[in-house]
Design a protein around this ligand. Structure first.
Ligand code: NAP
Length: 545
């Protein structure tokens, strides 16, 4: 970084204009009266929903819960059309939020933050962008999302492919015409299972290249009635309050009972009812021990395998689709619409690349160890460098010039998943070590944003210049995150939660598995104790001159 002093000075810089960055801007500017600027790479607000425009993209959280709760008027005036919000509708919602709170005037679009260095001589962050901006800010706040750094597998020959190819996380805005084409999809995670049924209906032929079979639950998507929305809106205060104090960020009655306390018939009846209702209820409302007791989990896993057997006509295809190597929900539980049914279509084939891996991409398709597949379009639904990828793509440096990516070389470390020690006045919204992706995101984001803005207000009020996570508090929190994960079945899958999808990434469970409710209690206690675990540096009195 240069030492030129002709740069913009602000109270805060925020990275990213998704749910996190937008609400953070509102709190900093409209509630605290501070100067703030958001830098956003896209040309509109929306974050992940700006980039993920692949066919079938929609949120797995119910629409009436996938929204902000901080403004009553906003919650009352917006009307969702579907049970689950489709990507274009979420984008319209966030655009409406941007209009309503006049956010765009402090968002600089088409601008990527390339570097953020803590200047110890100034006690300020110096932020640089790819558009040549240089800004000094007291607070550096990231709202970069957990799954925003797309991951392309290293497969020989992609540069020679003569057809089109796209990653689901950076989908062309004009869409992709699959009509009559031979399409290959690599990847069967959340993005793949959403895209595959829709592409199958459009394409001439679809070949799905599956490495790990997945458990997926039907969404039971549909429209929502005005009566339902009226009823929800009438109870929003109660719904949002219950959501805030839930494990997973929903108001569902989360189950406490054990799957092992029921006989086979009764247990199956409970699973059937939740399967019919659809979505995350299957995970959250059936039995409380599915995520940490292997025997309980096996009952859910076997139930889903029985559904695959019932649904898929060809027994060999059904067998290939059946997950057996990891517990249910140890990778992100998937929610789908007609996923297993899609394999009954004449124009769809499933290729097991665990058994016969992809060897190369040829100019005309994909060659596996056992065969060659001619393709016009390849869709990479191959996921993300989750939780840390977006940070590592920026040059973030704290005290002594320490790079965040060096501090995190053996896994991410941050107090409360919010503040890395050695990086004063840096706050991460839904950073690694916070509940984030293990819960419905908007309530989790609101909790973080409110914690940070209350903290900033406290600093202003108490004349505190810098807040810095204490190294010991950070270590204790990271140990607690690891210990909590070790009591779950999450450790038994090669998931992106563990960084297992990125060659060379340290195997560390990144989100906090203790639940949003427990996490909120901890953060409240930290705040009530005067921000325990942070070292607070008071403003130096100015020397008389
Ligand atoms: P993902 O869950 O990481 O799935 C990636 C898929 O690509 C997996 O099937 C993976 O196989 C496969 N894959 C990766 N590298 C490969 C390679 N080199 N060769 C062959 N196959 C390869 O990614 P995602 O589906 O994009 O989802 C990521 C996360 O985004 C989700 O977990 C969720 O949190 C979020 N998301 C949410 C929604 C929603 O709310 N509806 C929608 C989309 C995404 P393996 O399993 O063998 O690694």
């Amino acid at each position: 970084m240069t030492t030129d002093t002709t740069r913009v000075e602000l109270d805060a810089v925020v990275v990213g204009a998704g749910f996190s960055g937008m609400y953070m801007l509102y709190r900093l500017r409209d509630v605290l009266g501070l100067s703030a600027r958001v830098f956003e790479a896209g040309d509109e607000v929306g974050g992940t929903w700006y980039w993920n425009r692949y066919p079938g993209a929609r949120c797995d959280s119910e629409s009436y819960l996938y929204c902000f709760s901080f403004d009553k008027g906003l919650a009352q005036e917006w009307t969702w059309s579907g049970k689950y919000p489709e990507q274009p509708e979420i984008l319209r919602y966030l655009s409406h939020v941007a209009d309503r709170f006049d956010l765009r005037r402090d968002i600089q679009f088409e601008t990527r933050v390339t570097a953020a260095h803590f200047r110890e001589d100034l006690d300020r962050w110096e932020i640089e962008t790819d558009q040549g901006d240089r800004v000094l800010a007291r607070y550096f706040i990231t709202g970069v999302g957990c799954i925003s750094a797309g991951q392309m597998p290293r497969i020989e020959g992609l540069d020679r492919f003569e057809g089109e190819w796209h990653h689901t996380g950076s989908w062309p805005h004009e869409g992709v015409d699959f009509a009559g084409k031979r399409v290959g999809v690599i990847g069967t995670g959340s993005s793949g299972v959403q895209a595959i049924p829709v592409i199958a209906r459009q394409a001439g032929h679809l070949t799905v290249f599956q490495r790990t079979p997945q458990y997926t639950i039907p969404a039971r998507h549909g429209t929502v009635t005005p009566e339902f929305l009226d009823e929800v809106k009438g109870r929003y205060d109660e719904i949002f309050e219950k959501t805030r104090w839930s494990r997973g960020g929903t108001p569902y009655d989360e189950a406490e009972r054990s799957a092992l306390d029921f006989d086979d018939d009764e247990r199956r009846r409970i699973y059937e009812a939740a399967w019919e209702e659809g979505g995350f209820r299957f995970l959250l409302t059936t039995f409380g021990d599915i995520t940490f007791d292997r025997r309980a989990n096996d009952t859910a896993a076997e139930f889903i395998r029985s559904k695959i057997r019932e649904t898929v006509d060809d027994p060999e295809t059904a067998e290939t689709l059946m997950p057996r190597d990891h517990p249910f929900a140890s990778k992100r539980a998937l929610i789908d619409t007609n996923y297993y049914e899609t394999y009954n279509r004449d124009n769809v084939d499933l290729v097991d690349i665990r058994h016969a891996p992809i060897e190369e991409i040829t100019p005309t398709g994909i060659r596996t160890r056992e065969g060659e597949y001619e393709l016009d379009v390849i869709v990479f639904a191959t996921g993300y460098d989750g939780m840390t990828g977006a940070f590592n793509r920026m040059d973030i440096r704290g005290r002594g010039g320490q790079a965040l990516r060096e501090k995190w070389a053996e896994g991410p470390k941050a107090y409360l998943g919010l503040s890395p020690a050695g990086f004063p006045n840096m706050f991460m919204i839904t950073g690694p070590g916070s509940p984030s992706v293990l819960s419905n995101m908007p309530p989790t984001i609101e909790q973080h944003v409110e914690f940070v803005s209350d903290f900033v207000a406290y600093m202003v009020e108490h004349g505190i210049e810098l807040a810095e996570a204490d190294l010991e508090a950070e270590t204790e929190w990271v140990d607690h995150v690891n210990e909590t994960a070790s009591r779950t079945l999450y450790m038994l899958a090669d998931s992106w939660y563990l960084g297992a999808n990125i060659p060379g990434k340290p195997r560390v469970f990144m989100p906090y598995a203790g639940g949003l409710d427990v996490y909120r209690t901890k953060c409240n206690e930290v705040a009530e104790a005067g921000y325990e675990g942070y070292v607070l540096h008071a403003r130096e009195p100015v020397a008389a001159g």
